[in-house]
Design a binder for this molecule. Structure first.
Ligand code: ARG
Length: 565
């Protein structure tokens, strides 16, 4: 049982009460854990919280099992009870972490559960945007977090490969007799933009586009051919990005794969009254509660008979509920915050339509806007070039800023790691400006800062092997050792870091915890000799576990470590 749970159970045993907490106090000097049990119970028992806390401490002191792990307890503030864990228990915890190797951060709080993470999801014939980059990086970290939480996880790249815009592209390609396979995604995008402009002057082009989309829908060979070529051209570019970022997906069901399901869903929505006829023969879903509209209506089928993004997302949910290898308990969508209203409508409509949608959880993890050089990266303005810089010039940036020469391969890992970390270290919804100086800073909360700790540990461990420590129960730790050990065992290990990050859909909690670990490690190492002192074995253990935790922690974030910097 985890240490936190052991404390919890012991307290629970005193009053049989369950509505209290055992948390890490904000200030480490106030112990490893703190409980508010006395404050919760005081009113009911008619006592002052501090008196009651004192009573609880006396009772707990008699609990022999608890006292095997707890060194001391103290009543603090308005009635908190603070707990200090025995040094020997921490040392045991370190040994256990070392033994579990690459599983040293794992939790099992989601074992038996299934999760689907949908992320990246760029659009065919449009350039990969900074939003897609954010989704790819954050989504991959979320995917990794669930895997390390014991869940069975699958991933889906929900490609935007359907919609009336393809009618325009097909019409333009046909008219201009273009050869799509020789084009780049940016060219396809230009065609689309230009066709849109042209429509303003020649409205009859609109009918051409509509007609082309109808042909695509009905399987017309030449329309399909152009559409397929668009997919090929786009996927080639997207795959180069995925390769660089080292991400891959278990599934890539584009929006087009839901095409056949849509009539069935529309039928169902009409029959159940979830959808009603709106203006001009369109089909809409209204969101009313007690006769009041709480969200704007969503369009299920336009008056010209075509389906919408909303319809396809409903079909997507139906498929994900029906197919055994997609069916999950939790569905995570990593998509920009501008789509928050859309997902609220989709999830709500799904729950109205289907019973089995009510028993699972849908979660939209929304990311904010990232700007580079003060501008929003807009495909229209051509500022999208910067996105390619972020991905394909990361190694170059790292090399230029490094003090010493860095090997090609390392520069790449440092640059990409810096870029990913910079994005992951803040809560997803936050808007921020990307700066290479900050991402590559060796002083702050950055990828290279953490990678450097890993390199340092290698230097220390190089000539010495960690020894089996015997009799760890009798170990006494000095302050630096204790801070580091307690952080490793009680915050990073035991599944604590992974669990809180996964529960909160928050990879940035991994960054924060690893960053603090690195700071503690650096203070420890600056003030304590490791080799050639009587504490050598214990200190080597601390170094080895730090190394392991950084490596595995960064891996969860999708960041590689390097052996030299
Ligand atoms: N392709 C969409 C876009 O780029 C994102 C798709 C998000 N996922 C979804 N299930 N709608 O805006």
């Amino acid at each position: 049982m985890k240490i936190r749970e052991q404390i919890y159970k012991a307290i629970e045993g005193v009053y049989g009460q369950q509505n209290f907490s055992v948390e890490h106090p904000g200030d480490e000097r106030r112990g490893d854990y703190a409980s508010n049990i006395a404050m919760v119970m005081a009113k009911e028992l008619g006592k002052s919280p501090r008196d009651l806390a004192q009573e609880v401490v006396v009772r707990l002191t008699k609990d022999e099992r608890l006292m095997e792990i707890v060194e001391k307890m103290e009543v603090a503030g308005p009635g908190f009870i603070n707990f200090w864990i025995r040094d020997g228990v921490l040392v045991d915890g370190l040994r256990e972490m070392l033994k579990s190797g690459n599983h040293c951060l794992d939790s099992d709080f989601m074992s038996g559960k299934k999760v689907l993470v949908e992320y990246s999801s760029p659009n065919i014939a449009k350039r990969f945007s900074v939003g897609h980059l954010r989704s790819t990086i954050i989504g991959q970290a979320l995917f990794n977090l669930y895997r390390h939480s014991g869940a069975e996880v699958t991933s889906d790249n929900h490609l935007g490969d359907w919609g009336t815009q393809f009618g325009m592209i097909i019409a333009a390609v046909e008219e201009k007799k273009l050869e799509v396979s020789k084009m780049r995604v940016s060219d396809l995008e230009v065609i689309y933009i230009e066709f849109n402009k042209q429509i303003e002057e020649e409205p009859e082009l609109k009918d051409k586009a509509r007609e082309a989309f109808v042909r695509l829908e009905s399987g017309d060979e030449s329309a399909r051919k152009i559409w397929k070529a668009c997919i090929e051209v786009s996927m080639k570019e997207f795959e180069a990005i995925y390769e660089k970022l080292e991400v891959s997906f278990e599934h890539q069901y584009g929006e087009s794969s839901y095409e056949k399901m849509m009539p069935v869903i529309i039928e169902e929505a009409m029959e159940t009254g979830v959808a009603v006829e709106g203006e001009g023969g369109a089909l809409i879903v209204k969101f009313e509660r007690d006769g009041k509209e709480f969200m704007p209506p969503a369009m299920l089928r336009k008056s010209d008979g075509t389906t919408t993004y909303f319809t396809r997302d409903l079909a997507t949910i139906r498929k994900r509920l029906d197919e055994p290898d997609l069916k999950s308990d939790l569905y995570v969508y990593e998509v920009g915050s501008e789509q928050t209203p859309h997902f609220r409508q989709v999830f709500e409509a799904a729950r109205r339509l289907w019973e089995d949608a009510k028993t699972v959880e849908f979660k939209h993890v929304a990311h904010g806007l990232m700007t580079v050089g003060g501008e929003k990266m807009s495909t229209r303005k051509g500022t999208n070039i910067k996105l390619e810089d972020l991905i394909f010039r990361a190694g170059e940036e790292a090399r230029q800023r490094a003090k010493e020469e860095v090997a090609e391969d390392n520069a790449e890992k440092i640059g990409l790691g810096a870029m990913k970390y910079n994005e992951l270290r803040r809560s997803p919804e936050i808007n921020f400006e990307f700066k290479w100086e900050e991402a590559l800073s060796m002083e702050g909360n950055s990828g290279p800062y953490l990678q450097y700790v890993y390199v340092r540990t290698k230097g220390i461990l190089k000539n010495s092997r960690t020894q089996e420590l015997k009799n760890s129960r009798n170990f006494r730790l000095n302050e630096d050792e204790r801070r580091l050990a307690s952080w490793l065992v009680l915050r990073v290990g035991g599944g604590e870091m992974v669990e809180s990050a996964a529960k909160n859909f928050a990879p940035h909690l991994v960054c924060q915890t690893l960053f603090e670990l690195s700071q503690k490690f650096n203070s420890f190492y600056d003030r304590n000799r490791v080799i050639g002192v009587k504490e050598q074995d214990l200190r080597l253990l601390l170094v080895a576990v730090t190394r392991l935790a950084i490596k595995n922690g960064l891996e969860i974030l999708g960041i590689e470590t390097v052996e030299k910097m």
